[in-house]
Structures are given as C-alpha cells and as structure tokens.
Design a protein around this ligand. Structure first.
Ligand SMILES: [Zn+2]
Length: 466
C-alpha cells in the first residue's frame, strides 16, 4: 500500500471514532501558535473529547488507544472567528437599514430563512476549520443560537452578546426582537444591562456610532454606565468604535474589547499604550470593510474558499444586476454609477487600517481574528481566509496570524470554554484542524483542510457539507 492511500484510509477511519474512544494522531507536524512551537513527528493523544497529551518521538503503544497515521499532515488548534452575527445571512437583503430591499424580499422572510438555516451555517464554519465563534451582537434569540450550538455535536462552540446598545436607531431591523436598541440615558442603559445579565451573555456590546448629529461626548455617559453596570455583573464589554477618538473614549471608559480597526487616522502612541495598559483585545475585522462597497458596485470577487463553502443561495443573491432597476435603493444605484469611487473608499480605509494593525501587533497588543461575517457579502465560514490575506498584507507573519485566530481569539471568547480552546496543550478541547500543507510556508495553506476535529470527533472536510 503506498503512503498516500494509507493516509487516506486512516483519516477516513478517524471519522468513525466516537467521542469516548481514545485515539492517537501519529506522525504529523504539530503547530502550537500559543508558544510558537512546531513539533515534527508528533503524537496527539485524544481522549474523552480532550487533548490528553502532545508528545514527540516514539510512544508506548499501550498508552495510545487506536492509532491513526497523520504522516505528512499539519495539525493545529481549530480556528476561532471572534466577530460574527448569526442574525445576518450575508445575503443582499440582510441589512434593510443599510440597503432596503423589502420590496424584493420582505425582511421578515429574510429573518425566517436565517432562523431555519442555523445548522447550515454551523456546517459551513466547520468546513472552514472554524470550531468556535463569538457572535458580538444580535437579537435576544441569539441566546437560543448558543443553546442550540451547545446541544449539537456537529456544531461550534458559541459565545454571544445580546442586542447592541446603540447611539442610533435602526427601525427597519425591529420586528419585535431588535438586534440594535437605541439607549438614551445612563439609567436605561443600566436597566438594559440588568435585563441582559439574566441571560448570562458572554459579552455586552455597544454600538458607538458617531456622526455630526451624534458626537462622541453625547453618548459617552451611556457608554460609561453600560460598562460600569456590566462589570458589576462580571460581564465584559465589546465596543464598535471605528474612529480613533471614539475608540479612545470607549477604552478610557473601560471597554474590554474593540471589535474593529481604527479606520479614520493612524493610531498614536498614547492610544497603543492605553490598549496595552488596559489589556484590551482588538479584533481588526478587515474583510467587512470591502464587502458592502464591492457588492453594491457589482465588483465582488469572492475567494475560491467562499465560492466553494459559502451558502449558494446567499452567494447568488449578491448579484445586484439581477434586481429590477426601480427596486434598487439609491445607495446601490450610486455605487453602480461610480464603481471607482467604491474602490477608492476601500483603498482609503485599508491605507489606514492595515498599518494600524501592524503597529498594534508590533507593540504587543492582543489581536484576535474576526470577520463580521453575516454582513452583506461577508460569507459565514470561509470569509476568515480573506481576513488572513488582509492580515498578511498588513505585514503579519503566518505564525502571528494563526496566533490571532487561536490563542488570542480564545481570550476574546472568554469564560471556562475560552480557557480550554486555542492551544495544543494537555487538557484542552480536542478541536483541531488537520491540513495537507504547511500554513507557516504560506498562510494560504490554512484553508488546505483535510479533516476537522471538534470535541474529539473527526469530520473529513469533504464530507461536512454533504
Ligand atoms: Zn459586527
């Protein structure tokens, strides 16, 4: 039997492994981004859904359970996307507050579709090697999503925030359980946090939107009250704040997580120091900044991973030229009339956001990878590989990118689960991604996935969406 056939045979046989069975993955190169170590010819012993040990060299066969050859493979912790939204499908109709297509597809039909496709979304994340995600804001039914994911073997580990506490109103998203709630006074903010606390959210989320009618200082007392009340309930707070001064205000008020890059100007040394001193985690979410503009101007060029593993109905919807002219929102008409302007805006954003990421990474700020998947054109699951490309363009090394998507992302996930994911270490959950080629040679190999293991159960990658 040649080696290749043997490996294929063995990996298929992992798929039959049950949760309780002890198995050992023998002979692969193990990459542990947590300490930057690469172990050639290593053995990973998995028992009861956890990593019992990772060892090098010859092992006593009696201690290994069933052995599976993984020679030629590269094994690392399952990826973690720390910024997704389950209430959004990524299709064209999912944000009527940004582009209203109610006359083409009523938003209530969109929400019903989203709710009926959760298993599909979970599978698309698994296919992409993603074994945990953080939903940083959505309707109260987000807590049901977490419950469902926890009760499903072929699903993800899910951390959630409830509705976004916002400086602006988003009426078009409100069908009775709104994902975004405008809060006008500190007292109402405290009351809302107390209501959320009953659901045991992993995070409280603030949508700190600033414009000429909503200056930084007018919403700041609400940010202050939200964070103080959340911390009193031992809940961390994540803030959407994309301008330097808004992000600074959020962190000064005690924000634990920033869910976007700063995109309006270069970050200064005082800001970098503030993030370091306060141990703030920043999730750059670069991919989402290009997707609205590219979709609306009919220039969306999905990656091969997105085309293969994204939901085909979602992808088909993103062609705006299929919508009758008279039903196009003005924003889309404008984008179609001047596609170059959309590209210029994206370039302007990345010209600031990418160097900012590099500066924060070099300074030692904790960076967690995330995509904002679910927003129009940002595909649940494989969007993470476009995020990796952009992080590479910013100047991060493959090992740094993998750190952001595993160990650092686990910190953002938080809690008991967060303390047991994202590392190739004894006692951690056996959530693994098994690759055919070395991601340290080229981060593009991070999507060359052979098998995904979640909680000690292996899924051959090609079988996951079938
Ligand atoms: Zn988001």
């Amino acid at each position: 039997m040649n080696v290749r056939l043997f490996v294929i045979f063995c990996l298929l046989s992992i798929a039959t492994a049950t949760y309780a069975e002890k198995i050992s993955l023998v002979g692969s190169t193990v990459i542990n981004p947590a300490d930057g170590k690469v172990l050639p010819n290593a053995t990973i012993v998995v028992d009861g859904g956890k990593i019992e040990r990772v060892a090098m060299g010859k092992q006593d066969a009696a201690t290994l359970g069933r052995q599976v050859s993984c020679v030629g493979k590269f094994i690392l912790p399952g990826y973690i996307d720390t910024h997704v939204h389950f209430f959004q499908s990524a299709d064209l109709f999912t944000r009527p507050d940004g582009a209203d297509f109610n006359s083409v597809r009523p938003y209530k039909d969109e929400v019903a579709w989203v709710k009926s496709h959760l298993d599909d979304v979970f599978a698309r994340y698994l296919r992409s090697g993603i074994t945990s995600v953080v939903d940083v804001g959505g309707p109260m039914w987000n807590f049901e999503v977490r419950k469902k994911a926890n009760a499903t073997a072929k699903a993800l580990r899910v951390a959630v925030a409830g509705p976004l506490i916002s400086s602006v109103l988003r009426e078009k998203l409100d069908l009775g359980d709104p994902p975004i709630v405008k809060i006008d006074t500190p007292e109402l903010a405290r009351e809302f946090v107390r209501k959320l606390a009953e659901q045991k959210p992993d995070l409280v989320k603030i949508w700190y939107i600033v414009d000429k009618d909503h200056p930084i200082e007018s919403f700041r007392p609400i940010v202050h009250a939200t964070i103080e009340e959340s911390h009193a309930h031992k809940i961390r707070v994540a803030v959407h704040a994309t301008e330097l001064e808004t992000a600074r205000a959020a962190v000064e008020e005690g924000a634990d997580v920033l869910v976007h890059s700063v995109i309006d100007k270069p970050v200064d040394d005082a800001f970098v120091k503030l993030l370091k001193d306060r141990h703030v985690i920043l999730c750059p979410t670069l991919v989402v900044f290009e997707r609205y503009g590219l979709t609306f101007s009919h220039q969306l060029n999905l990656t091969p991973e997105e085309q293969k593993w994204g939901n085909p109905e979602v992808i088909a919807s993103l062609d705006v030229t299929k919508i009758p002219q008279d039903k196009l929102p003005q924003r889309v008409k404008d984008a179609l009339a001047d596609p170059k302007a959309a590209l210029d805006r994206i370039k302007k954003t990345y010209d600031v956001a990418l160097p900012n990421l590099k500066k924060l990474e070099d300074a030692g700020v904790t960076i967690a990878a995330g995509t904002d998947a679910g927003n129009i054109g940002t595909i649940h699951g494989p969007a993470l590989f476009r995020e990796f490309q952009l992080m590479k363009e910013a100047g991060l090394s493959p090992m740094q990118i993998l750190q952001c998507a595993t160990m650092n992302a686990a910190k953002l996930f938080g809690g008991e689960t967060g303390a047991h994911i994202g590392k190739m270490e004894n006692g951690y959950f056996a959530d693994l991604v098994i690759l055919n080629s070395n991601p340290l040679d080229d981060i593009a190999h991070a999507s060359d996935i052979d098998t995904v293991m979640k909680n000690g159960v292996a899924y051959p990658a090609d079988s996951i969406l079938h």
